[in-house]
Design a protein around this ligand. Structure first.
Ligand SMILES: [Ca+2]
Ligand SMILES: [Ca+2]
Length: 524
């Protein structure tokens, strides 16, 4: 309650001396009675003094890396994300906590690291490990917000579960919409795949003759317009609307005109892979898949073309949702977040897709436009994580957050993007390992403003060190050389301290109880 009062003081542009008066007033008996009165009212959603509380539009794309216009990519066209960046703060160094859908999304939506959610694989939900924790949208629901999901927020098997609830958390939402378009229902027989008949985990693509509105992401945008129109009529109740786009996740299916904007011959093919791989410990390349041996340069170009086309198609759907916000007069009182669940490789280091902790896979786009508080067109450079979204959004909206959240609030960076925060981000990933050597192990990667430092199995399976001041593509692993021994020692200490902070207070990752599960409706 205090938080929401503070928010209204800030949003009303109160001068500092008025604030002093407010604080002295706050100690009066009258004020205490007023607090009780407001607290009682706020327990009834319809009377919760919500008119001033901002709405949240939470947009997330699936498997989207930072190949975007607003992040300086020379080829990829994303005019709608670019205009969103002009309205808010773009986070130059934002990282996921685990480069895989399920663990990353459960972490982001609980505000806890994967070692604390216990969700370290796909097709699981935090209710199986920490069932009483409040998810981010649930925290908003509990304070009278209308919380709704359209598309993929928690894990889904893509494309198989499109049109279902996926591995959803019913407690997070009041309304869930799961459209399925031609990409899921009609076109799968036409999709090219490196493993014929498989589309989700395998490189696969198709230039569809059907226009935007028939595709799943086009239907998501239409559903978002429908929900926003209804929210605009209920000015007494703020909303938390989450829209989870499926593209550019495989299969990269989008309308053909988007493919035509990226001529195949002009698509880049990463060179020098063999030389680059020579200084890498083997777990660094552990996400490589055997079927990718089939990739010729021609297929590599087609793959990049289809990924970029799907990105621009997704961007167009984001544009429709942003237009609806403007048209309905909601933009001035709605905080917009855009991000992705993890990054994506398109051939760097010989890798494709996700599950590596190199920059391309660990890094995510992150734009936050907070109209009444944040700077417009700002760029924040200190490393941040998806783990930071929960405390940021609850602070911005005066919503009570659980006390055990592990991220930092980004509100100071929204007000002044040059502010430094925690100063680092940590991303972890698992490797299956061989049974003789103890089976599964983790890699942890620390990103500071200058360095990326990675340890595999506490260094027993290798280390990597990259200097982003001179090597932004992470081509030269400096970990072995004596010249950087001191840096390795310092960053190793910092990494171990950071990793300790990813565990719960008990120090133990909670165990999964598979029997705790809402009816599983993921396979239509
Ligand atoms: Ca994903
Ligand atoms: Ca290298």
């Amino acid at each position: 309650m205090i938080n929401s009062l503070e928010f209204r003081v800030q949003s009303a542009n109160v001068e500092p001396n008025t604030l002093v008066q407010f604080i002295s007033f706050s100690s009066s008996i009258f004020f205490r009675w007023l607090l009780v009165f407001v607290a009682i009212l706020s327990t009834f959603p319809g009377y919760a003094c919500t008119a001033e509380r901002p709405n949240v539009l939470f947009l997330i794309s699936d498997d989207l890396n930072n190949s975007l216009g607003c992040y300086g990519h020379p080829l990829v066209k994303t005019p709608n994300l670019d205009r969103l960046a002009e309205r808010g703060v773009l986070f130059e160094r934002a990282y996921c906590q685990f480069p895989l859908c399920g663990p990353s999304r459960n972490s982001m939506l609980t505000g806890l690291h994967p070692n604390t959610t216990g969700i370290l694989r796909n097709s699981q939900i935090f209710r199986q490990t920490i069932p009483s924790h409040h998810s981010l949208p649930q925290a908003f629901r509990l304070e009278g917000y209308f919380a709704s999901r359209i598309g993929k927020l928690y894990h889904y098997n893509v494309p198989k579960s499109i049109g279902t609830n996926g591995h959803d958390d019913p407690g997070s939402w009041e309304l869930e919409l799961n459209p399925a378009g031609c990409d899921r229902l009609e076109e799968e027989p036409h999709i090219f795949s490196l493993k014929p008949g498989q589309f989700g985990g395998t490189l696969s693509w198709y230039a569809s003759p059907k226009s935007d509105k028939y595709h799943t992401d086009g239907l998501l945008a239409a559903d978002a317009e429908w929900v926003l129109e209804r929210c605009a009529r209920r000015t007494d109740r703020p909303f938390f609307l989450a829209v989870g786009f499926y593209r550019p996740h495989t299969p990269y299916v989008s309308p053909k005109p988007y493919f035509d904007r990226y001529p195949e011959k002009e698509m880049p093919v990463v060179q020098g892979v063999k030389e680059d791989q020579a200084d890498l410990p083997s777990p660094a390349l552990g996400s490589y898949k055997k079927e990718q041996d089939k990739l010729t340069d021609e297929l590599r170009r087609q793959c990049v073309q289809a990924y970029y086309a799907s990105t621009t198609f997704m961007d167009a759907q984001v544009g429709r949702v942003l237009d609806a916000l403007d048209r309905l007069g909601l933009a001035e009182n709605t905080i917009v977040v855009f991000t992705s669940d993890h990054g994506y490789h398109l051939g760097e280091h010989g890798l494709w897709q996700k599950m590596s902790v190199f920059e391309e896979s660990a890094r995510v786009p992150l734009i936050i436009a907070a109209p009444k508080i944040g700077v417009k067109g700002g760029v924040a450079k200190d490393p941040v994580g998806l783990i930071d979204l929960y405390p940021t959004l609850t602070e911005l909206c005066g919503v009570k957050a659980p006390e055990n959240l592990q991220g930092q609030s980004l509100v100071p960076m929204l007000k002044d993007p040059s502010t430094t925060g925690r100063g680092w981000a940590v991303t972890q990933v698992s490797r299956s390992g061989n049974k003789k050597q103890g089976g599964r192990f983790f890699g942890y990667s620390l990103r500071t403003p200058r360095w990326r430092y990675t340890e595999w199995a506490q260094g027993k399976q290798g280390r990597e060190l990259y200097d982003h001041d001179v090597d932004p593509r992470e081509l030269r692993n400096l970990a072995a050389g004596p010249a950087h021994a001191e840096t390795v020692a310092r960053l190793s200490k910092q990494l171990h301290k950071a990793v300790n902070q990813t565990f719960p207070a008990s120090g133990e990752t909670p165990e999964l109880r598979p029997a705790i599960w809402a009816p599983n409706l993921t396979n239509p």
